[in-house]
Ligand binder design. Structure first.
Ligand SMILES: [Zn+2]
Length: 345
């Protein structure tokens, strides 16, 4: 990330200048909300850095060179805290160290996907000591819907009596799942999905080939599309889609064999989206994720047994929950493909 994160995403430039107009009298709590995969967290991190920077640029962005920016880049700024589920901590630890084994070890333990009360409590010390540098401290919390009920109530108490010189930046993909009392204490800043042309142009700049397919599969969300294009190979997706287009129980083993290097969670997600498309075409004629495969999906929708289709969609949700660390990826994928073929038997 590094240098790239200092650039505002083109579809967020206007929001950035609006937020910067509040700079002098910045709200105690800001809630950035909008669809997943469009760069809200990145925006929030840029904002946090900008608020802590000691010589910000005219457009409000952090300079990237001062002492505060140096600390920020290493996540060592004494006036900055990040609160997020343990499961996300794992991901970034792996990014930083490149240590796959650390990820595997943590996954075994089942890292929490919630923001827990201890995490909110531990903010108290941070908030109650005086600031070290600019006189302002920043707490970045995401995704806000990961707050469990107890943690949400503890946070609410803090927001009700805002500590001096403290800014809470919260990010939510799903504002409806937050405590209304928390939402009402925040300045809400909506971030929206960019238009298809803008998203596509941006992906191209990032060096993504076949941006259209990745975007469609991610419901138009450019950052998700970028992540996917880097994580899974196009070849693996095409292998799976070719199998799904011609479901055959006897081919499941071979396809699973070809896909065993792909993260099982990704394969599950691809298959889930494909099934959603079959379902959606069958009942409403609409296709969302794989428009390039319209013909195959139309044919499958005709053949699909509606009750089996619903049952397999449901079982895919259950698989998704355990897909992070199946005992054998190959068996996991094969089993899933066999299940899929029952819809068209
Ligand atoms: Zn700076």
């Amino acid at each position: 990330m590094g240098t790239m994160t200092n650039q505002t995403l083109p579809w967020q430039a206007e929001t950035w200048s609006q937020v910067m107009q509040m700079r002098e009298r910045f709200p105690h709590a800001v809630l950035l909300h909008g669809p997943e995969g469009i760069g809200k967290t990145r925006f929030a991190e840029q904002l946090a850095q900008a608020l802590l920077c000691e010589s910000p640029l005219p457009d409000g962005h952090a300079c990237g060179h001062c002492l505060a920016c140096g600390w920020f880049a290493q996540y060592a700024h004494p006036d900055y805290r990040r609160v997020r589920p343990e499961s996300l901590e794992d991901a970034s630890a792996v990014d930083d160290a490149g240590a796959e084994t650390a990820k595997a070890a943590k996954a075994e333990k089942g890292a929490s996907r919630e923001i827990r009360i201890e995490q909110i409590r531990s903010l108290a010390n941070f908030i109650n000591v005086s600031t070290h540098r600019s006189g302002r401290r920043v707490v970045l919390l995401y995704p806000a819907e990961a707050l469990n009920a107890i943690a949400a109530n503890a946070l609410l108490k803090t927001l009700e009596e805002p500590p001096p010189a403290t800014v809470f930046l919260m990010v939510s993909h799903n504002i409806d799942r937050l405590l209304p009392t928390i939402v009402s204490r925040c300045r809400k800043v909506p971030l929206t999905m960019p238009g298809a042309a803008q998203a596509l142009a941006w992906l191209k700049e990032q060096g993504v080939g076949d941006g259209e397919s990745w975007l469609a599969e991610q419901g138009g969300a450019p950052l998700s599309a970028l992540t996917q294009s880097q994580a899974g190979s196009r070849e693996a997706v095409e292998t799976l889609l070719a199998h799904l287009a011609k479901p055959a129980a006897e081919a499941a083993l071979k396809t699973a064999d070809q896909l065993q290097k792909s993260p099982p969670a990704e394969v599950t997600a691809w298959l889930q989206r494909w099934l959603y498309d079959v379902f959606s075409v069958k009942f409403s004629g609409k296709i969302r994720y794989y428009p390039k495969h319209r013909r195959e999906i139309d044919a499958l929708a005709m053949r699909a047994d509606p009750i089996k289709l619903l049952a397999v969609l449901k079982s895919m949700n259950e698989r998704r929950a355990i897909a992070d660390h199946p005992l054998s990826p190959k068996l996991f994928i094969e089993d899933m493909l066999l299940d899929y073929s029952t819809v068209f038997a």
